[in-house]
Design a binder for this molecule. Structure first.
Ligand code: CS2
Ligand code: MG
Length: 412
């Protein structure tokens, strides 16, 4: 028993991805996603320079001990880089364990708790016509739930969709605003909360009028409001019965959600940039949110996110795992196995990857009639074509950032 090789594979088919590949002395391999959008090389170094030397000869069966060793043994704890690196090791070890057991990973996590995972996609548009077309396109693709993002009159960008994280943008499809080009420095976008707060309720009024009361609609505030502004938006959206309002306010100050919760019954989702259970402790204990947004890739892997979601389940809070194109097919597969097994699954974000990405990562998960399923291949059900991956070297790419009209930097 033992890990004999640990490779960190960086590839950039439609966007940058970081993948850890572990190999055991019996030749069994496991994959883990370590992609951190805009800071990928920090995780590459954390893995290559500091973690990989510690993995060689470790018993690949001891997943919990390896997790605790990497978390406590580093001395410096938490944070997106550390927890993405630990996540990659954790998921690769789970992949190996399930392959050795000859079963899909979800079976090791307790088996299936449902037939499939309800998914939502990203509908967006600078205008209502463009937005309606995007919603219709998602419904035709089979989505049963849709996130609605829209341009704001007077602002140049379609916010909340990182132009360098979307397949279309990375394939050179140009939006009206100057998208963040790969290799460029971070692109500045503009923001005005008052314009946004006046505009968004009119959008959901129009969407409900066009598409009816049943369609689950989600919206991402993308960390841009103060607590009282978030409360105002949550209350103004109540007539439109959202499935959730996401990242309504930066929540490093977890107590901020108390003010929002006092003023609105719109369900709240938080945490795609959170990376440990400690980031959620108060907001879960006080039931200040309804959905946990962390992805397996960014929250310490299957081992830690399962623990976090079991804690959340005690407070009737569900999963809503982050799943944009900056979570690789390996990370997406891990999310699907965990989501299929846990009882408190809520919804899975699912932005389809580009054609080149699907050439690099061969996936066995299925997307049918609005539901995802991880498939029944042994392990995660994802393989990485190293030769194909080698065709696409890393290209520096940043997420945009915001400035207000007076030039002040603002949350993007
Ligand atoms: C967004 C993301 O999917 C979401 O909910 O917040 O698209 C986010 O902008 C990117 O993942 C950032 O990397
Ligand atoms: Mg989000």
């Amino acid at each position: 028993m033992g890990i004999v090789a640990a490779e960190v594979i960086v590839t950039s088919p439609d966007r940058n991805f970081v993948t850890l590949k572990l190999t055991t002395d019996e030749g069994v391999t496991g994959l883990g996603d370590a992609t951190l959008n805009g800071r990928e090389l920090a995780v590459v170094s954390y893995l290559r320079d500091h973690v990989v030397p510690l993995l060689i000869d470790r018993d690949e069966r001891n997943i919990e001990d390896t997790w605790q060793f990497l978390y406590r043994g580093a001395y410096w704890r938490r944070g997106p880089v550390t927890m993405a690196a630990i996540a990659a090791v954790d998921v690769a070890l789970w992949d190996i364990k399930a392959k050795r057991a000859g079963m899909p990973l979800y079976q090791l996590l307790g088996g299936a708790s449902r037939r499939g995972l309800l998914a939502y996609g990203h509908a967006s548009g600078k205008s209502l016509d463009e937005l309606f077309d995007s919603i219709r396109a998602h419904l035709e693709q089979g989505y049963r739930a849709v996130r609605v993002q829209t341009g704001v009159p007077g602002l140049a960008a379609i916010y909340g969709i990182a132009s360098n994280a979307t397949t279309a943008a990375n394939a050179g499809v140009r939006y009206d605003h100057e998208p963040a080009q790969r290799g460029a420095l971070a692109v500045q976008e503009d923001w005005d909360t008052r314009r946004y707060l006046r505009h968004v309720p009119t959008v959901f009024e129009a969407v409900r009028h066009e598409f009816g009361p049943e369609l689950p609609l989600l919206h991402d505030g993308h960390h841009r409001m103060t607590p009282i502004e978030a409360a105002q938006l949550g209350r103004s959206l109540e007539p439109y019965d959202l499935f959730w309002l996401e990242d309504c306010t930066p929540a490093e100050n977890q107590e901020a959600l108390r003010l929002v919760r006092q003023h609105t019954t719109t369900p709240l989702a938080i945490g795609e940039i959170f990376n440990t259970i400690w980031d959620y402790q108060l907001i879960i204990r006080e039931q200040l949110i309804d959905y946990v947004r962390s992805a397996v890739t960014h929250a310490g892997g299957i081992t830690h996110l399962k623990r976090l979601l079991e804690y959340a389940a005690q407070y009737q809070i569900k999963s809503g795992m982050h799943g944009p194109t900056d979570v690789s097919p390996v990370g997406m597969a891990a999310a699907l196995h965990l989501g299929l097994a846990i009882h408190n699954f809520g919804i899975q974000e699912y932005m389809t990857h580009g054609a080149r990405t699907n050439e690099v990562f061969e996936q066995s998960f299925t997307w049918r009639d609005g539901y995802l399923h991880p498939g029944d291949e042994p392990g995660l059900g994802v393989s990485l074509n190293v030769d194909e991956a080698g065709k696409y070297p890393y290209e520096r790419a940043y997420l945009p950032y915001n400035r207000l009209a007076d030039g002040t930097v603002h949350d993007w």
